[in-house]
Design a protein around this ligand. Structure first.
Ligand SMILES: O=C(O)CCC(=O)C(=O)O
Ligand SMILES: [Mn+2]
Length: 212
């Protein structure tokens, strides 16, 4: 299954695989319902960066560990920072995507949930808190809701970048030479999708974490 799925992907840049429209509309709607369940158990928070600025994206997690910014430091922790309760499990619908595309035997430890409201974006960054062993696995990203302009470069912050539009139902895997590449969301095309009432974009990233 994993190999067959890998064959169906477009390799946008080395290591960055894209499955356009992997999730059809009913699958997207079902996944949104599952994510609303995650958010009900683990409310979205707006992390504050090390520079003291609140991020424009609101976040929560599912899985063994969740990604947080704690006193200016990025960390994977086993409990929600505000409620103190363990993160809810990663929904089966989301795990099924990981199993189909990651080519990885183990399930991910974290599903980071990003909620982009009007004007939200995410600056260029690397997913580099998962620990050396976690870097061998890809990061799998699922887009739901309004389309977004995604950008990816190399392992240096400066340098050439490639842009692509991510639409609802698209799935990306960042592995191999793209695993530690700088990437971000320049802009969400608010209101151009019709999956989420009132607009907005949900992005899920699945990560193997060996640092926590
Ligand atoms: O929203 C996206 O598509 C990317 C999110 C991302 O890069 C992250 O959560 O680390
Ligand atoms: Mn990222």
């Amino acid at each position: 299954m994993a190999e067959a799925m890998t064959g169906m992907a477009e390799e946008v840049v080395p290591g960055l695989l894209l499955w356009r429209g992997l999730l059809d509309r009913p699958a997207q709607a079902a996944m949104v319902a599952d994510i609303r369940g995650v958010i009900a158990a683990a409310p979205l928070v707006r992390p504050v960066t090390a520079w003291g600025r609140p991020m424009s994206v609101r976040m929560t997690s599912a899985g063994r560990v969740g990604w947080v910014i704690a006193r200016g430091r990025y960390a994977y922790v086993p409990r929600h920072p505000e409620t103190g309760t363990p993160w809810p499990p990663i929904p089966a619908s989301v795990l099924a995507v990981w199993r189909a595309v990651s080519g990885w035997d183990d399930d991910p430890d974290c599903c980071l949930v990003n909620w982009y409201g009007e004007g939200a974006r995410m600056g260029l960054h690397r997913d580099a808190d998962e620990g050396e062993e976690g870097f061998h696995a890809p990061v799998v990203s699922i887009s739901l809701g309004d389309p977004a302009r995604f950008r990816i470069g190399g392992t240096e912050r400066r340098g050439q970048t490639t842009r692509l539009l991510l639409r609802s139902g698209d799935v990306l895997a960042m592995g191999g030479p793209a695993r530690l590449a700088y990437h971000g969301i320049d802009r969400v095309l608010s209101g151009e999708g019709d999956l989420l009432p009132g607009g907005g974009r949900i992005n899920l990233t699945l990560r193997v974490v060996r640092s926590a």
